[in-house]
Design a protein around this ligand. Structure first.
Ligand code: BGC
Length: 915
């Protein structure tokens, strides 16, 4: 019998969605143990609402085969604080019902501003503070009489916060409330603190630091106070007693709260954290401390200052993303003494987070300094790529028997830490340090593995770079004075991102801010969102820029493709239309193409561009801009049709046709050459459907042949930057040059995907040669060792090497077609689709067991597994006519075997100039 599992609301994966902003959440569930051929014919949904003493239930039944994103079926929507649970059971075409599922629970947050009765408070000295400030410690004591039925803490800060109740940390979020366009949205969090309260006097303590809100952030050194002059706190603790009448009490931030400076004397995203344990305030968040007078022995407590209410224009929202968490610890692998005599710890992995010091001891007032860097140069920390960012944490010991320290309000991108002031040789450095990995807690969406170890390492590096750069928002790099939500990077990486981690929620959340920032900029999308460049005279000039601003269309489109959820297209449709409206067009002649006057970043970081001028690509940047415009027009036309906007669909289809015709007249020869005779030009023209294979097969083929020639002439070294790289291999494969694609993929000379791997990279680099072959760091400014853009090739690994590819939105139909080539003998991929995990694994063995002899026939064994609700087209290489065999399978696990021959030359040879 089929079993209903994983009932969940919207895209929240947890069984307990707490404090969310959904009034009519859609429901999804999956099936396991469904017998072959079983199909859902209908379902029942039971809604239960827990009131204090009884449970109200109602059930609806529907005849429908749908089990993903079922619209809310009950009459009324949910209200603030409402708590419900849902169970599902279904029946199949055979009429047999499944059992009821496990319940999924949801509790609504505070939906309306009127629900917030607390006041916004700050420290009285905050307004006159100049420069970076110590953290604020806030406290409030209050009586509790038991028994408490339920206690919820709704809390946020303009800045960053961590809350404690009775001396104990609440929750496991890092850098809450997260980064949003603070002028438009401030996220709050909801914590269930029922079990943290006790009868008698309780204490709620909150530490607040500057964070993104008013700490230094932004491009070229950044700015302080972008969204406000100082941090502030909003907290509301609601206690419901188990009395017969369900009595409630609310503890709110107001002038009765006390505040003092905490031991974190500096907490900056870029520069790091300085913690002076001699300044700790004992029991600051416990009732035991002095709560009546304004001073403790060494600390001055002052009443908090009440600020004007948060402007109505700033939405208080729970947001949609998973929180940032500490997800893993990495132990050090080596202690190094550098040529200058410095002590370095190597964690063996370039990662994002911080270093935790454990079980340390030393004299009171002694300082340990931790400096961070991603690489070593001449055996010392390579800090030049950090630019205007110190990335230094400091800990001053209090002289206790055993101390422990971990920063709370900063993060670094690093593999190496220089430790200065380590207190004594008898303290084992490696046993006392560990790296803590932090990022938005997305769930893994898949895996890839093959017979080529260097490619497996590349794939793992892509995963690490995605984790490190999806920290509250999708960022460009985690180590230097940026860490910004650059829109272009995400636009290009989105098709791969959705295959590596489930990033629907974080991107849905971020796109709301992209839309907001776009509104602030008069319709032109931001270069970075949240728009930390706003105070900057160069970047706030509303400069329209292709690719970066096409994120408005490309990101929602890829989220829709991955999930089949049309609501993300509806959510962002206004933003898309607005971008297409304000995009400046040519005034005369090719009036459907870009106005050529705005500067374009184009194929940014083309390896041929000078290190200090990454925009000087060999590929015409204006032409690249026009290619992305045509792609955007094609996609928005499709989106309009999907959303039932027929007039817009027709309008954009016509626009795309005109733009394409003008593009051909301007840039393409009748035979398929392109005016920029470069790898990026052909890769984009082929992959973005600029050449339209159906209508112009000869041009398409010629462009592919020319691309293969260029790659072979270049000894299989990559000649593409940000824009061309995601498409290079696929364009070769799609035009019949798979082995050339594999030769480029497996190339290890610089520039190539595997060159960094052979240089020991553990993440994807921003530049092909962030580290030069002689071990020097690239002299260019843009030299991050943790950028996801070039990792976009992971999509090709899934789709061609392993052969697993989505065909329909939401994976209802996909294909397994291993693209046999090079010397691959095995590959495997899995992907977590809305319906469950789909996977494939293949290997090949010579028919002649010894692998020798004239007959090169091999056997391919392929195993495919598909969840309920999916259909898989399977394609295998075979001997004989057409050399391929196809079938279609449904849910289940399937094994196939075929004999085939590798009908290709390997290795592919480079093209040498004729002498
Ligand atoms: C970032 C890039 C970004 C670019 C655009 C860089 O500093 O790291 O990834 O897209 O600027 O100018």
């Amino acid at each position: 019998m089929a079993t209903v599992v994983d009932v969940h609301f919207e895209h929240y994966r947890t069984l307990n969605a707490l404090g969310v902003h959904e009034t009519k959440p859609r429901l999804s569930w999956r099936y396991i143990t469904a017998p072959p051929g079983w199909k859902q014919q209908g379902y029942e949904v039971e809604l239960s609402e827990e009131r204090e003493e009884h449970t109200l239930s109602s059930t609806i039944a529907h005849t429908s085969p749908r089990n993903i994103l079922i619209p809310w079926a009950f009459d009324t929507g949910l209200q603030s604080r409402q708590r419900i649970s849902i169970r599902v059971r279904a029946w199949g075409e055979d009429g047999v019902s499944t059992d009821w599922s496990e319940p999924a629970r949801l509790e609504v947050g505070l939906l309306n501003r009127a629900d917030w009765i607390c006041q916004r408070i700050t420290a009285p000295w905050a307004r006159s503070a100049v420069g970076a400030e110590a953290e604020h410690l806030y406290r409030k004591t209050f009586p509790v009489s038991t028994p408490v039925a339920r206690a919820r803490l709704y809390i946020t800060a303009q800045g960053l916060y961590e809350a404690e109740v009775n001396g104990r940390r609440i929750g496991d979020y890092f850098l809450a409330p997260g980064w949003t366009a603070y002028d438009g949205r401030l996220q709050y969090q909801t914590y269930d603190i029922t079990s943290a309260l006790s009868s008698g006097t309780n204490c709620l303590g909150v530490r607040v630091a500057e964070g993104w809100f008013c700490g230094r952030i932004g491009f070229e050194g950044g700015h302080r106070n972008i969204w406000g002059p100082h941090p502030a706190l909003l907290a509301q603790l609601e206690i419901t007693y188990s009395d017969a009448d369900g009595r409630t009490e609310t503890i709110c931030t107001d002038a009765s709260w006390m505040v003092t400076r905490g031991p974190i004397r500096l907490a900056e995203i870029y520069d790091g954290e300085k913690y002076d344990a001699t300044l700790e305030v004992p029991s600051w968040s416990s009732a035991g401390a002095d709560t009546t007078s304004s001073t403790t022995s060494t600390t001055t407590w002052e009443p908090a200052q009440v600020l004007a209410p948060l402007p109505e224009s700033v939405k208080l929202t729970s947001g949609f993303s998973e929180p940032v968490r500490r997800t893993e610890t990495v132990q050090p692998v080596k202690k190094i003494t550098s040529p200058l005599g410095k002590t370095l710890v190597d964690f063996g992995q370039n990662l994002v987070g911080y270093v935790r010091l454990k079980r340390i001891r030393g004299p009171r007032g002694h300082k340990i300094t931790l400096s961070h860097a991603e690489v070593l140069e001449n055996g010392e920390l390579g800090t030049r790529p950090l630019r205007l960012c110190k990335a230094i944490d400091e800990y001053v010991l209090k002289g206790a028997e055993e101390e422990q320290y971990e920063p709370r309000f900063t993060f670094h991108g690093f593999r190496y830490t220089q430790v200065d002031g380590w207190p004594g040789d008898d303290l084992d450095l490696l046993a006392s340090t560990e790296a803590v990995v932090c990022h938005t807690d997305m769930k893994s969406a898949g895996s890839f593995d093959c017979s080529e170890p260097l490619l497996n390492k590349l794939y793992q590096n892509v995963r690490w770079s995605m984790r490190g750069n999806f920290l509250s928002v999708p960022t460009d790099c985690p180590q230097r004075d940026e860490r910004l939500g650059w829109t272009g990077d995400l636009a290009l990486f989105a098709p791969t991102a959705v295959l590596v981690y489930d990033c629907f929620n974080i991107l849905k959340n971020w796109l709301i801010d992209v839309d907001h920032d776009q509104g602030v900029l008069g319709g032109v999308p931001p270069m970075v969102s949240p728009n930390a460049t706003l105070p900057d005279p160069v970047w706030c000039r509303r400069v329209p820029c292709a690719i970066w601003h096409d994120v408005t269309i490309l990101a929602p489109w890829n989220l829709y493709q991955e999930t089949g959820d049309l609501s993300i297209l509806a959510q962002q449709y206004g933003s898309m239309l607005e971008w297409m409206r304000v995009l400046p067009r040519n005034k005369t002649g090719a009036t459907h193409l870009w106005d050529p006057s705005p500067f374009q970043l184009g194929d940014w970081l083309d390896p041929a561009a000078p290190p200090d001028q990454p925009w000087k690509s060999a590929t015409d940047a204006k032409m690249v801009a026009n290619m992305f415009l045509i792609q955007s027009l094609d996609i928005i036309s499709e989106i309009s049709a999907l959303l039932g906007r027929a007039p817009e669909a027709t309008h954009f289809r016509t626009e795309a046709a005109s733009a394409r015709a003008e593009f051909h007249a301007e840039y393409v020869t009748p035979n398929g050459r392109i005016v920029s005779d470069t790898q990026a030009a052909y890769a984009l023209a082929i992959s973005l459907n600029i050449l339209q294979q159906q209508q112009h097969p000869a041009q398409f083929a010629r462009a592919g042949a020319r691309l293969a020639e260029l790659v072979r002439k270049n000894n299989f070294r990559i000649g593409t930057g940000f824009a061309g790289t995601p498409f290079l291999c696929e364009a070769l494969a799609a035009t019949g040059h798979l082995q050339v694609a594999y030769a480029a993929l497996l190339e290890t000379g610089c520039p190539s995907w595997l060159y960094p791997v052979t240089m020991g990279a553990t993440t994807v680099w921003e530049r092909w040669d962030s580290m030069l072959p002689d071990g020097r760091i690239n002299p260019g400014e843009m030299t991050s060792f943790n950028h996801y853009a070039f990792g976009a090739v992971a999509k090709f690994l899934y789709e061609r090497v392993a052969g697993l590819k989505r065909l329909e939105p939401g994976w209802t139909r996909c294909r397994v077609a291993p693209a046999v080539g090079a010397e691959f003998t095995r590959a495997a991929a899995t992907h977590v689709t809305p319906q469950g995990t789909v996977s494939c694994e293949w290997n090949t063995v010579p028919v002649d067991e010894n692998g020798g002899g004239e007959d090169k026939t091999e056997v391919m064994r392929l195993r495919v597994s598909a969840p309920y609700g999916t259909t898989v087209e399977v394609v295998l290489p075979v001997l004989g006519e057409g050399e391929r065999w196809e079938t279609v399978v449904g849910p289940g696990t399937w094994s196939f075997e075929s004999t085939f021959r590798r009908n290709y030359e390997w290795p592919v040879l480079p093209l040498k100039p004729k002498s």
